[in-house]
Design a protein around this ligand. Structure first.
Ligand code: 5BU
Length: 470
């Protein structure tokens, strides 16, 4: 293998895949050596040789279920390995598609499949770690990363500290040794490269620190990762209107709600109602809310807390007096009945063309709520299985997926509880606990100057969000 690696190193040098001089890396640093393996697609024989020899690094080949290429350079290499070994391939997208399924991982797979990652060059290891994170999110089991070139700048450690075995064809030291032996580089060049590598270590990154930290990401970046189209729309409008306020308009007269929404509309991201507490519910009320939501660009949520079997919730969602599916952009759902509830709700949307979304009630704000432990954990898993789910109603930062939205009720600037079990936190505290959208009801509806309070909550919440992401 050693002599094959030496020959290959020379060929790579000869086709311009390894260059010496003064280059600027993608993060803006100077480097005396530049590896550009993209050129090898122009040399099919070389491409084939590299793929064959890279695959020799793989252990327990009969236990490997999937080969995942990291775009773009490693994709043709992964393709050749897949064809040759007859092991299926996956592709991790750099960004989720903005249309259709929004999948990050392309290809057919089952949870638990053993997956080997193929990558061309490792510097800090961040591309591999991002790939691992996305594969893990789909419950794939990453067994190893096979890499052509380890630049020896800390990437191997970052990857191995995250529990992933990494194997490489070359380290930079070995590569320089082979090229020097073949008379392709001078001692000065070798010294210069080795000195640079010793001095310029990549930052320490591990799986936990790498990738998409929901609480640190801005809404616009997160909108690109959302599986649900209405979640993407919601995150975009929050960014555009600079508001994370969800107004709980818990009033019992239709006109009172409409009057409040006329004031608050420009400042809120979501209007949340309980349609079954309105004494004079009528279609004109819904029409007025829809007009205001279009004019002021907010979404309407019916906090219905569906909680029955699939067939019943399907009827409750689309039929009866309220016909919620026809007008509510968002609804809330207790996952207590199991995943069939999501199928039932989806079933009710057959004739609805507008985008619809669900917030799962994963934790409640009231004292002694039973939404704890395994129930909460299983709800988190359930959310990942449906593209109808926009996010979680919860009290703290209990999920990672930055494409989902945390909605937190129980928010008030002054009061710590009511007399019926509700528990309140301040706007700043809930945002720091992960709230993307904060529900404020009586803090606004019971204020003497409602518009002033709307703006006050909006500003306090937005400032806390800005501080959080910075
Ligand atoms: P408040 O007036 O700010 O306490 O109103 C909170 C609203 O959020 C009210 O409409 C509740 O029905 C809703 N809510 C909640 O308070 N706690 C929860 O855990 C859930 C919903 Br789920």
């Amino acid at each position: 293998m050693e002599s094959e690696l030496k020959n290959l190193a020379v060929m790579l040098f000869d086709v311009g895949a390894i260059k010496f001089g003064e280059f600027i890396t993608k993060v803006g640093l100077k480097t005396p050596v530049y590896i550009d393996l993209r050129v090898i697609i122009s040399y099919p024989k070389l491409l084939n040789q590299i793929s064959n020899i890279l695959w020799k690094l793989a252990d327990d080949v009969d236990k490997i279920d999937q080969i995942c290429g990291v775009p773009y350079t490693a994709l043709p290499i992964a393709t050749l390995i897949s064809v040759d070994s007859n092991i299926p391939m996956l592709i991790r997208r750099k960004e989720a598609k903005s249309y259709g399924t929004k999948k990050l991982i392309e290809g057919k797979f089952a949870a638990g499949d053993n997956t080997v990652i193929i990558e061309d060059v490792v510097t800090s290891g961040s591309s591999i770690l991002e790939t691992v994170k996305d594969l893990k999110q789909e419950s794939l089991n990453v067994t190893a990363a096979l890499v052509i070139m380890d630049r020896e700048q800390g990437g191997r450690k970052n990857i191995e500290d995250s529990g992933i075995k990494m194997k490489s064809l070359y380290t930079m030291t070995k590569l320089m040794e082979y090229l020097q032996e073949a008379g392709k580089v001078t001692q000065d060049t070798v010294d210069g490269v080795l000195k640079y590598l010793a001095e310029c270590l990549a930052p320490v990154k591990t799986l936990e620190k790498e990738g998409n930290d929901r609480l640190k990401m801005d809404f616009l970046s997160r909108s690109k990762l959302a599986k649900s189209q209405i979640a993407a729309k919601l995150l975009q409008l929050m960014d555009m209107k600079e508001t994370t306020l969800c107004l709980a308009a818990d009033l019992t007269k239709a006109d009172e709600i409409v009057d409040l929404v006329k004031l608050a509309g420009p400042h809120i991201a979501v209007l949340k109602i309980h349609v079954d507490i309105i004494e004079d519910f009528n279609q004109d009320f819904i029409n007025q809310l829809k007009n205001l939501s279009e004019k002021h660009k907010f979404l309407i949520m019916e906090d219905r807390k569906f909680g029955d079997i699939g067939n019943t919730v399907s009827l409750q969602y689309s039929k009866g007096v309220y016909k919620i599916a026809e007008w509510a952009d968002l609804i809330t759902v207790h996952p207590v009945a199991g995943p069939g509830i999501l199928d039932g709700l989806k079933n009710a949307l057959k004739n609805i063309t507008d985008e619809r979304g669900i917030f799962l009630i994963t934790e409640m704000s009231s004292k002694g709520a039973l939404t704890t432990g395994d129930y909460t954990k299983q709800t988190l898993t359930m959310a990942e299985t449906s593209d109808l789910v926009v996010g979680h109603v919860c009290q703290s930062n209990i999920f990672l997926n930055p494409g989902l939205v945390q909605l937190t009720p129980g928010v008030k600037i002054s009061k710590a509880s009511d007399d019926l079990g509700q528990q309140y936190n301040t706007p700043e505290a809930v945002v720091n606990s992960g709230a993307d959208l904060a529900v404020v009801g009586r803090g606004i509806t019971e204020a003497a100057d409602k518009l002033r309070e709307v703006i006050n909550y909006k500003n306090q919440l937005w400032t806390a969000y800005k501080n959080r992401i910075n």
